[in-house]
Design a binder for this molecule. Structure first.
Ligand code: ZN
Length: 233
């Protein structure tokens, strides 16, 4: 009875379709998933946000150092110009110069610390940018390969669906219904091959009489244990 063979053929087509559809779904999820890229982008953004205020701070410190230097220079010129003779005023100027020098030293220390921070952040930012470029280029290659695979799978699915229609036309609506309901209940496998005396679907041995009926192939015989349609191998 070729109808069992047709059902078996339908089963193999359906399993191939199941596998391809599942891979298409997997690829769709992979193409949408971009957590590694987002993480690399966030790392760059975060370092840029930390670096910018530090660079601004360094610029401010440089301007202040320049201004303190100028003030100190002006006072020194005044001190040594010979124009000031009042001892109290001379002392005031000297004190003011000393104060500006202390301020200058403090500012230079702070600038040094800031520049160390800036350089460390710049190094980290360079590394983060390199990593981001790598992730972007890897991802581009990966996406092309996945898209190609998906296209190929879709072509195969179309061909399998055509085969399926041809086979299905040879099967009666009643059997199509039985097949569909078994597929739904039995993890996608409605037709099981008889391996020796064992059902390959549930791995339970069948009676000799049942095995003979399957081998004759003249009727639909179902596994005594799981109910799948049996086909001789
Ligand atoms: Zn079985």
């Amino acid at each position: 009875m070729s109808i069992v063979r047709d059902l078996y053929r339908l089963q193999r087509i359906d399993l191939e379709l199941d596998a391809r559809r599942s891979r298409v779904r997997e690829i769709t999820a992979l193409l949408e998933q971009d957590s590694v890229l987002r993480e690399a982008e966030a790392q760059v953004a975060s370092l840029q946000n930390t670096l910018r205020p530090q660079e601004a701070h360094a610029t401010d410190l440089n301007l202040e150092i320049q201004s303190v230097g100028e003030q100190s220079g002006e006072l020194s010129s005044r001190l040594y110009s010979g124009k000031v003779s009042n001892p109290k005023e001379l002392q005031d100027i000297q004190e003011k110069i000393a104060e500006l020098k202390r301020r200058h030293t403090q500012l230079e220390d702070r600038l040094l610390e800031t520049m160390i921070n800036v350089e460390e952040l710049q190094d980290a930012l360079r590394a983060a940018n390199t990593h981001l470029s790598q992730v972007q280029s890897e991802r581009a290659g990966e996406q092309t390969a996945l898209s190609e695979e998906q296209k190929q799978l879709r072509r195969e699915i179309r061909a399998l669906k055509q085969d399926r229609e041809t086979v299905e036309q040879r099967i009666s609506p009643d059997l199509q219904e039985l097949y569909a309901s078994l597929r739904a209940q039995k993890k996608g496998v409605a037709v099981a091959v008889l391996q020796g005396e064992m059902c390959s679907g549930c791995r339970v041995d069948q009676t000799t009489m049942l095995v003979q009926r399957v081998r004759r192939g003249q009727e639909i015989v179902r596994c005594a244990s799981c109910g799948r349609i049996l086909v001789a191998d």
